[in-house]
Design a protein around this ligand. Sequence first.
Ligand code: 5AD
Ligand code: SF4
Length: 500
Amino acid sequence: MSQPSQARRFLLRTHGCQMNVHDSEKVANLLCHAGLVATQDPERADLTIVNTCSIRDKAEHRLYSELGMLRNWKAAQPGRVLGVGGCVAQQEGDALLRRFPYVDFVFGTHNLRLVPTLVEASARGNRIARVDESGSLDRFDLPERHPDLEPSRPGRAYVTVMEGCDLFCSFCIVPRTRGREISRPADSIVAEAEALAAAGVREITLLGQTVNAYGRQSIDRGRARNAPHVPALVPFARLLRRLAEIQGLARIRYTSPHPLFFDEDLIRAHAEIPSLCPHVHLPVQSGADRVLERMRRRYRRGDYLRLVERLRSARPDLAITTDLIVGFPGETDADFQQTLDLIREVGFVDSFSFKYSPRPGTAAARLPQPVEPAEAQSRLEVLQALQREFTLSAHRARVGQSAEILVEGPSRRGGNQWSGRDPYHRIVNVAAGPRPTPPPGTLVQVRIVDATPHSLIGEIPVGPDPPAVMASGESVRIGAAPDEPHGYDRHHWRNAIPGA
Ligand code: 5AD
Ligand code: SF4
C-alpha cells in the first residue's frame, strides 16, 4: 500500500447469506495480505466495508439506513475510508457513489480481488466503482489464509465450489447480482480443503447458489459458455467423494442445492459417505404446482416429494430443512393450504419463510394479482406456527439420544453454557458445569436431555474417566463412551411428526 497509514485497521459489516459471509472472509484475507489489520471496534477502524444483500427489499433498506449512520462515522475523523460491496453494489454500481457522496469505493460480487487496489486508490482521493461481471476463473484464485487473520469460525470453514445461477426463478434477483453459473476446478477445491484440514478444520460447507449444479458447464452442456477452458470439472457427487478422502475432515455439508440437480450418484453419496452430514437444506418455496410454475422453479410438488423419498431411502435419518415464500402474486388460500400440507407431508425439521418481496427487474415483479400485505403477513404467521410445532417435535424426538457436537463457543442462552451443532445442523446448548468449556472447533460427545423450539439441550455423560484434555482439532470424548458407533443415531425424522 502506498499510504498504509490512511487505512491501517479495517472493519467489515456483513449482511445476507453464507455466500456473503464467506466473501467478507475473503476480503478480510486480501486486506491482511495487503498489510492491513482487522478490528471489531468502529472507533479504531480507518476503513469500513459494508457487504450488502438485496434478496428482499428489507435488506436493501437496512443498507440505506446503515449508510446514514456511517456518514457520521466517516465525518468523525479525517482520512477514514468507506467501501460498499455485495449484491446491492453489483446492481447499483456508480449510482451508489452519486447517491452517497461520502462512499469512497464500490465493488461488485466478481471484484473482490480488486479491494486492496480500491482502498489504495481512495487513499489518493479517487472514487471508483468496479462491478464488471466476469466469466473468468480468476475470481477463485485467492491467497491462503493470512497467519494474522483469526479464523472467524474455528474448526469450520466455507469452501466456494461454484458461483452464480442460470435458473432465473421469477422472484429471484440472484442471477442479476451474482451472474452466470461458473464452477471452480476440482483440484483447486480439493487443495483448499486439504489445507483447511491440515490447519485443524473439522467441518467444511461447500457453497454455491445452486451448489449441486457444480460441474454442469462441462458435463451437461459440452463446452462451458462462460469458461470454455475450465479444466477438470467433475460431477458434484464425485467432488464429494474426493473431499471425503481428506484426512481429518470429519464433516462435509453443502448449501444450497436445487431439486433439479440430484442425480443417482448424489443420492447414493448420502448412503455411502459417512462424513457427509445427514442434513440437506432443500428450498421448495411453495407446495402448490400453480405457484411453482409461476415461480419458474422447474419442478412440481410431486417431483419434490419423490426426491425427498429417494434421499430418505438412502439416508433414513436425513434432516430436511427448506425455504418457503408466502404471498407470491396469484397465491390463493387453496395454494397456501397446499404449502401447509407439504410441511406436514415432508415433516421439515425447520424452515426459513419469507413474505414475497418484488425485486426490480425480475419476471415476477411484473406479475398481476398481488397478495394483500396483511394477508401475506397472516399466512406467514400461520406457516411459522405450524413449523414451530414440527421443529419442536423433531427436537423432542432426539431426547435420550447421544450426539457429536462441533463446539462453536459460549451459548446465546448465557449462564455458563456453550453451544455447537450436531451432524443434523441443530444447535445444542450444554451447561459447562464444573468442567472447562471445550475450545471452539472441538468435537464433543453429549447426550440430548431436553428440547426447546430453537435448540436442543445436551449434557456430557458422567462416566468413570476424568475429563479428557481437549485439543482443538481433536475429537474429544469426556466421561462415558457413547453407545452409537458414529456419534449419531439412526433416527427417522418423519416419526417426529406431531401427533403421529
Ligand atoms: N421475496 C421473498 N423471498 C425471496 N427469496 C428469494 N427471493 C425472494 C423474494 N423476492 C427467498 C427464497 C430463497 C431464499 C434465499 O430467499 O426462499 O430460497
Ligand atoms: Fe435464485 Fe432460483 Fe437461482 Fe436459487 S435457483 S439463486 S432462487 S434464481
